[in-house]
Design a protein around this ligand. Structure first.
Ligand SMILES: Cc1ncc(COP(=O)(O)O)c(C=O)c1O
Length: 371
């Protein structure tokens, strides 16, 4: 078996190659390369897919979060509650908006914000909550939204890893005041460069986000509010249109891969497999297991040519850049404990059954040799 990658944007490109080539040719010949018809078409298509009224294309997932926070009125020193177990981008975006991140612990079963701790973290300075649907598992939005409503807080969903994940029949991204998606190349719907999207149902918030992404312009060359420059390329929008067209199949495949891992690894009692909370649909951006000998297992798989990753090895609150600048006086013990146990196994739609079988066999082999 040749080397197995944890994710594989090249294979995904190959799967869509003829459509992408045609899309690129179309854009190259259009003479419009930023925020043109392709962006508008993809915004409309993506809003329909998520089931919201508005989608605003931007330069990256980080920008989507930053501008959504700004649109929701986050200002200097406002406290924003988000998990420490996330990509640093979530916390960095809060700081970019001038907010003070307040970090909350996660639920050990699904690695998303544990809303049990929310009330104790809310102060008179708290303005918003940013739940992160990490690995593609939906956060507990029912409880989060109730607490947010009781305290008049905005909710901005971080959906960077959660394209197509659902709670009941609603897609994540349709529950909060606003939501942010990333189309980083390895994401479930990945561009061939950076790209992101803000979604919401409120036309006023959508209008503000649109102004914020381009110098505060409502009309060209007239800045109504201070703004930034974060726009999607026409090329990326055209490529993402191709990927969104095939996404229901790709998502189904991710779920099938997860089901194979689930059944193959069920016999290892030392492995904690991902769960899917009742009533939710996981989109398996990552298939993350926990193992008490994580580092040894990772080395063992590496020696067999299997790449695995750790999302994330260091909680945000323990990283040098954030240690001093964020508010985290609270118990983050689950976050700290799971960091040494988590391992993301290879998962992407083009991964064949025999490769998943091979990865599973190697894990079982490791178990046999190390028990
Ligand atoms: C949870 C989460 N939030 C935000 C981001 C930021 O997205 P981007 O890399 O497109 O800026 C990412 C991507 O790494 C992510 O995984």
């Amino acid at each position: 078996m040749k080397g197995v990658f944890a994710s594989n944007p090249l294979e995904q490109y190959r799967a869509y190659e003829s459509k992408i080539t045609a899309a690129i040719q179309r854009v190259l010949g259009s003479g419009r390369y930023i925020l043109g018809d392709e962006c508008v078409a993809f915004e409309n298509e993506f809003a329909d897919y998520i089931g919201v009224s508005h989608a605003i294309s931007v330069g990256s997932g980080t920008d989507a979060l930053h501008l959504a926070l700004r649109a929701c009125g986050i200002d200097q020193g406002d406290e924003v509650i988000t998990p420490s177990h996330t990509a640093v981008a979530t916390v960095a975006a809060i700081q970019m908006a001038g907010g003070m991140p307040v970090l909350i612990d996660i639920d050990a079963s699904n690695y998303t914000m544990n809303p049990i701790h929310l009330k104790e973290l809310i102060t008179e300075r708290t303005k918003a909550i940013v739940p992160v649907h990490l690995y593609g598992h939906p956060s507990n939005m029912e409880v989060i939204l109730k607490i947010a409503a009781d305290h008049k807080l905005k909710v901005i969903e971080d959906c960077a890893q959660a394209h197509g994940a659902m709670i009941g029949s609603g897609m994540v991204g349709s529950f909060g005041d606003m939501a942010a998606f990333s189309f980083y190349p390895t994401k479930n719907i990945g561009a061939l460069g950076d790209a992101g999207m803000i979604v919401c149902n409120d036309s006023e918030l959508a209008g503000i986000a649109k102004m914020l992404r381009q110098y505060g312009w409502k009309q060209r060359n007239r800045s109504e509010i201070p703004g930034w420059n974060s726009r999607m390329d026409e090329l990326q929008a055209a490529i993402l249109h191709c990927k969104l067209g095939g996404y229901s199949k790709d998502l189904q495949r991710r779920r099938s891969i997860a089901a194979i891992y689930d059944s193959e690894l069920a016999q290892c009692d030392r492995i904690i497999r991902p769960v899917e909370r009742k009533g939710t649909t996981h989109c398996y951006h990552q298939y993350v297991i926990r193992h008490p000998q994580r580092d040894e297992l990772q080395e063992y798989l590496k020696a067999a040519g299997i790449q695995t990753l750790i999302h994330y090895p260091h909680p945000v609150h323990l990283q040098p850049a954030f240690k001093k600048s964020i508010n985290c006086k609270h118990d983050l013990s689950v976050t700290e404990r799971i960091c040494s146990e988590i391992l993301s196994l290879p998962i992407y739609p083009e991964l064949g059954d025999e490769t998943i079988q091979f990865v599973s066999e190697k894990i079982l082999e490791f178990e046999k040799e190390n028990r």
